[in-house]
Design a protein around this ligand. Structure first.
Ligand SMILES: Cc1ncc(COP(=O)(O)O)c(C=O)c1O
Length: 436
């Protein structure tokens, strides 16, 4: 069981005597210290993944900035760890901006996104002097200009361009097709850059494109950058504006199942560089400074979620094992039909007794974390681990059914420290006007 799941587990995962260990710490010890559910992050895995991104783009002649897409998991401790390694942050809300600020991320390395940024968010970003605001609509450009004028600040911007490309991933995380709510069409992107160039308060640096998430193939980056070359040439010819900065978004996938083999950051860098050399430089365009925004590929596979087994029962042909969390700590299976792999954390080497459906505690039939997980017959009270839950699980958590949100812990070199503590029942009532 364990050996088969190595491709989806954090890099330091091991199972001496059948007990799952991460970062040199027994998962039973973690569960005892923090309760369950618990999201346990492997620090070594995160650091290696972050370095792989930095290294992949380190020799880009025009320079490159790697910003962590904080939406994947925005705990301040995680942002601080990544900031200390040299990453910036991609933020897309006031909360994520504040997390980056609290983590001490250099504002020059913060990129603000969002398809509908509020006045408050834009004002906070300008006030902090973030490195880039990625403009998503004409009205936003006006609002940003007004705020910059009031603040006396010149804001570097990118425009998010919609390349009208459909990539192979779930429709909810496909973001670059014509009907997407993100970005503006190519013609409008050029218009917005022209308008920015005419403003004393805005500095048009270039464009941003994000293809989608959980991409398991590098070809889409080649396709979109090739297409963008034609657009950049036309822009320069018509307006004289050059693309100084090209933000190629995030989106690199991870292995959720053992048959998935995602490309590496170096593979992405190679396709990006080859395409820029072939389609941009060879056609007389300058090599742009690059921004990359990995999220999932840094934290996704770095974590497992530990649950306590509760009810074990048969329902018709299905054998259920219910755990003490579910769609509130990981909505991805319910939201996208996302697949995960699981194992019993204290019996990693025992053979499976058959396929089990791992059900959550919530009042939805769709609250099933894994269908058909091969497990030994689970026993009430033991620990069950679901792999590769580090991205878009805690950050999408809810308190559905008034279930408090779970803790997250960073584990490394035999020690552990909490990133998020478990929510207390009392805190659920803090904003309930009659709940005190
Ligand atoms: C603009 C932007 N950048 C980066 C990311 C990060 O993507 P991923 O976590 O797949 O790397 C996203 C995710 O949706 C995004 O929308």
């Amino acid at each position: 069981m364990f050996d088969q799941l190595i491709p989806v587990l954090p890099s330091t995962a091991e199972a001496p005597e059948g007990r799952l260990r991460i970062g040199g710490v027994d998962c039973g010890e973690l569960a005892a210290a923090y309760g369950t559910p618990l999201i346990a992050y492997d620090q070594a895995h995160i650091e290696a993944a972050a370095r792989a991104w930095l290294d992949a783009f380190a020799d880009h002649p025009a320079g490159a900035t790697v910003v962590y897409a904080s939406k994947a998991f925005a705990a301040v401790g995680m942002l601080r760890l990544l900031g200390e390694l040299g990453l910036g942050a991609d933020v897309s809300s006031l909360g994520e901006l504040e997390a980056a600020r609290r983590a001490g991320i250099d504002p020059a390395r913060i990129v603000l996104h969002g398809n509908n940024k509020s006045r408050t968010e834009l004002a906070a970003a300008v006030d902090l002097r973030v490195g880039l605001v990625v403009v998503d609509a004409a009205s936003e450009l006006d609002l940003l200009e007004e705020l910059c004028a009031a603040e006396g600040a010149v804001q570097p911007i990118l425009v998010r361009i919609n390349p009208d490309i459909v990539v192979e991933t779930h429709q909810y995380i496909n973001t670059a097709h014509a009907g997407s709510k993100f970005g503006v069409p190519a013609v409008e992107a050029a218009t917005l850059l022209e308008r920015a160039a005419a403003s004393p308060w805005l500095e048009p640096r270039g464009v941003h494109v994000h293809l989608g998430s959980q991409l398991l193939d590098t070809a889409p980056w080649g396709r979109v950058l090739g297409w963008l070359a034609g657009w950049a040439l036309e822009l320069r010819e018509r307006t004289g504006i050059e693309v100084h900065t090209l933000d190629v978004g995030g989106g690199l996938g991870i292995a959720y199942t053992e048959d998935q083999a995602p490309p590496t950051p170096a593979d992405v860098a190679r396709v990006v560089r080859d395409t820029l050399d072939r389609e941009w430089v060879a056609r007389g365009l300058r090599l742009p400074h690059l921004v990359v925004e990995p999220g999932r590929s840094i934290v996704g596979q770095a974590a497992v979620t530990l649950y306590r087994v509760g009810v074990v029962k048969d329902a018709g042909d299905i054998r259920y094992v219910a755990v003490d969390g579910g769609m509130s700590d990981n909505p991805r299976p319910t939201l996208y039909g996302a697949e995960y792999r699981a194992l019993l954390a204290e019996r990693c080497h025992e053979p499976a007794s058959g396929p089990w459906w791992i059900a959550g505690v919530h009042c939805e039939s769709g609250d099933v974390l894994v269908e058909d997980a091969p497990l030994p017959t689970p026993v009430r009270g033991e620990l069950l681990a679901i792999a590769a839950t580090g991205a878009y699980a805690a950050s999408m958590a809810s308190t559905y059914n008034l279930v408090p949100r779970c803790a997250a812990v960073l584990v490394g070199d035999g020690t552990h420290r909490p990133l998020l503590r478990g929510e207390r029942l009392e805190e659920l009532f803090a904003r309930d006007v009659d709940g005190g």
